[in-house]
Design a protein around this ligand. Structure first.
Ligand code: FES
Ligand code: FES
Length: 184
């Protein structure tokens, strides 16, 4: 929701770089990143659950690290790359591998927690914390699911983590082959 004219007195300019695009805004300095996304920019893929840092529904990436948007001031995010669920998939219309894994494993029911789960899962895999189901549960523990889809969520993260490992191994092998060819 845009600021009303009488609210603009204390507003500060903040430019948010979201999914590769700059968004100049005038904001109350107390505006959270979550409210800026949802109410100022209409980016409602990042969900508001508790608004108190306890459910993980608002998880997004700031400079590649997962953060809770409800506990982050929009002004703190200025000049840092923000990735939301809307910017996760490639522009060619295909799904991100983690999104595809959630679909394949039926890892949601109502879907409200799903964007936060997926953003956490991407980070969990990138951080190297998808090595076992116990590790996945530990590093996904900040993301609650009121529908109790946890077994399927763990299966989806496991599947996407394995896919990522296979891709990395394939790339490593390709790089080794290319290096051997150069040396030959
Ligand atoms: S809405 Fe941010 S953690 Fe619940
Ligand atoms: S799928 Fe409903 S809250 Fe997780």
């Amino acid at each position: 929701m845009p600021l009303a004219p009488h609210d603009l007195a204390g507003a500060i300019p903040v430019t948010l770089t979201i999914n590769g695009r700059d968004h100049p805004l005038m904001l109350d300095p107390r505006t959270t990143l979550l409210d800026a996304l949802r109410e100022q920019l209409g980016l409602t893929g990042t969900k508001k659950g508790c608004d108190h840092g306890q459910c993980g529904a608002c998880t997004l990436h700031l400079e590649g690290e997962r953060v809770l948007a409800c506990l982050t001031l929009a002004a703190q995010a200025e000049g840092r790359g923000i990735t939301t669920i809307e910017g996760l998939a490639p522009e060619d219309g295909t799904l991100h591998a983690v999104q595809a894994a959630f679909l394949a494993e039926d890892a949601f029911q109502c879907g409200y927690c799903t964007p936060g789960q997926i953003m956490s899962a991407v980070a969990c895999i990138r951080e190297g914390h998808a090595g076992s189901d116990a590790e996945i549960r530990e590093y996904m523990a900040g993301n609650l699911c009121r529908c109790g889809a946890y077994p399927n969520i763990v299966a989806a993260v496991r599947r996407a983590g394995l896919d990522a490992a296979v891709r990395r191994a394939g790339l490593d092998a390709a790089v080794r082959r290319a290096a051997q060819e150069v040396q030959a």
